[in-house]
Write a protein that binds this ligand. Structure first.
Ligand code: 1CP
Length: 343
C-alpha cells in the first residue's frame, strides 16, 4: 500500500510543497488543557505513568492544531527511573535524581531488561494512541540518547555544562562506560517495546550532545546512536529513526551516514541554508524555527517560518522548532505559524 501519511513520506525521502509539521514539547505547559489534565493526574510523573491521561495530553495538540506527527507523552528520565534511580520533579525547577558518583552507585542499578516492569504503562499509552490518533497522523515514540540520560543520572539534575558527567568520564572511565552501556541496552529494549506497541517512528533526543567535541562526540554521541539504530533496524527495518544531536555544530555533517538515522533534527543555533547544503544533502532533516518566536509572534514569526520552509524546499524536510516549545509560548502563535507554513 502506498504511504499516505505525510510525515512518513518525508522520512522516506519525498520532497513536498508543504512539509509535514509537529513541535517538540507540543503537549506541554503552554496549553491550558495540558495544565488541567496534569492537575487531575496530581503531578508530572503520575501523568507520565497514567496511560489514559498521558494519551489524552498527547492527543490535545493534535485536536487543536492537526499536526502531522504526534509524539508520545512521556519523559527521557523514565529510563533512569526504570533502572532504579530515584526520580522526582520539583515544581518550577525541574527533575531531581539520585546521583552516580562511582562504581558503588552504578552497582545498585537494575539490569536493562528489568525496565519493562516500570515502563509497561508507557506501552499502554502507545497502544491507546495507535487506536485513537487520526489516520493521517504519525505516532512518534522516543527516548533520550545515552549521553544526555547519563548527564542527568550522574549529576542528579539538569546542568548547564554537564560538568559532573565530564568529570566522571575523565576520572572513572570504567564506571562511565558501564553506565553508557547500561543506558544503551535499556534504550534498545524501550524503543523496541514502543514499536511493538504501535510507534511508527522513533526519535533519540541527545539534548546535551553539544558539550561533546571531537573524539568524545564520536564515542559518546555517534557510536551509541549507531548501536541503537543498528539494533532497531535489524528488527524493524521499515521503522524510521530521527536523531537529534542538539548543538552538534559541524558534527551534524555526516551524522545520517555515521549513525544510520533516517532524519537528523537541527537545532536553531544552526543557519538553515548551511544545514540544507551540508546536512540535508544526506537525507531528511527536521527543524529549525526558534522556540522564542512562539512567544514573540507577529511578522517575524511569519517571515522566519517562510524562510525556513524555503531554505529546506530542495530536499526532504519535517518542519519543527529547533528545541521544545516553552511554557511562555502563546498557543495562538502556533496557528500563525501553521497558516504561514500551509497557507
Ligand atoms: O511541569 C511539567 O508539566 C513538566 C514539563 C515537562 C514536559 C511537558 C517535562 C519535565 N517533560 C515533559 C514532556 C517531554 N519531555 C516530552 C513529551 C513529548 C512532547 O510533547 O515533546 C519529551 C519528548 C521530553 C523529552 C525531554 N525531557 C528531554 C529531551 C528534549 C529536550 O527538551 O531537550 C529532556 C532533556 C527532558 C528532561 C526534562 N523533563 C522535564 C524537564 C523540565 C526537563 C529538562 C530539565 C533540564 O532543564 O535539564
Amino acid at each position: 500500500m502506498a504511504e499516505t501519511k505525510k510525515l512518513m513520506r518525508a522520512l522516506k525521502g519525498e520532497i513536498m510543497d508543504v512539509p509535514p509539521v509537529w513541535l517538540m514539547r507540543q503537549a506541554g505547559r503552554y496549553l491550558p488543557e495540558y495544565r488541567e489534565t496534569r492537575a487531575k493526574a496530581g503531578d508530572f510523573l503520575s501523568l507520565c505513568y497514567n496511560p489514559e491521561l498521558a494519551a489524552e495530553v498527547t492527543l490535545q495538540p493534535i485536536r487543536r492544531y492537526g499536526f502531522d506527527g504526534s509524539i508520545l507523552f512521556a519523559d527521557i528520565l523514565l529510563v533512569p527511573d526504570a533502572l532504579g534511580a530515584d526520580l522526582w520533579f520539583v515544581t518550577g525547577e525541574g527533575p531531581r535524581l539520585s546521583t552516580i558518583t562511582g562504581a558503588d552507585d552504578f552497582a545498585k542499578l537494575k539490569p536493562a531488561d528489568a525496565i519493562h516492569e516500570t515502563l509497561s504503562p508507557i506501552y499502554e499509552t502507545v497502544k491507546i494512541l495507535a487506536r485513537e490518533l487520526p489516520a493521517e497522523t504519525t505516532l512518534i515514540g522516543f527516548a533520550g540518547a545515552p549521553w544526555t540520560v547519563a548527564t542527568y543520572m550522574i549529576a542528579g539534575r539538569g546542568t548547564p555544562d554537564q560538568a559532573p558527567a565530564h568529570a566522571l568520564m575523565r576520572e572513572d572511565p570504567a564506571t562511565f562506560d558501564a553506565l553508557m552501556d547500561r543506558i544503551t541496552e535499556a534504550t534498545i529494549l524501550y524503543l523496541s517495546a514502543q514499536i511493538d506497541a504501535g510507534a511508527e517512528v522513533v526519535k533519540l533526543f541527545d539534548s546535551w550532545a553539544g558539550s561533546l567535541r571531537g573524539e568524545a562526540f564520536d564515542k559518546y554521541a555517534t557510536a551509541p546512536a549507531k548501536r541503537i539504530i543498528s539494533a532497531l533496524k535489524a528488527r524493524y527495518p521499515h521503522v524510521p529513526v530521527i536523531a537529534f544531536p542538539r548543538e552538534a555544530g559541524d558534527a551534524y555533517i555526516g551524522f545520517h551516514a555515521a549513525t544510520g538515522a533516517d532524519c537528523v533534527a537541527i537545532d536553531n543555533s544552526v543557519d538553515s541554508d548551511w544545514a540544507a547544503a551540508n546536512v540535508q544533502k544526506d537525507g531528511c532533516v527536521q527543524g529549525n524555527l526558534s522556540p522564542a518566536l512562539m512567544i514573540e509572534g507577529g511578522q517575524r514569526l511569519i517571515d522566519e517560518t517562510k524562510r525556513i520552509k524555503a531554505a529546506f524546499a530542495g530536499g526532504p524536510h519535517i518542519f519543527n522548532l529547533g528545541h521544545g516549545i516553552t511554557p511562555e509560548a502563546d498557543p495562538e502563535n502556533v496557528h500563525v505559524m501553521l497558516e504561514a507554513l500551509r497557507g
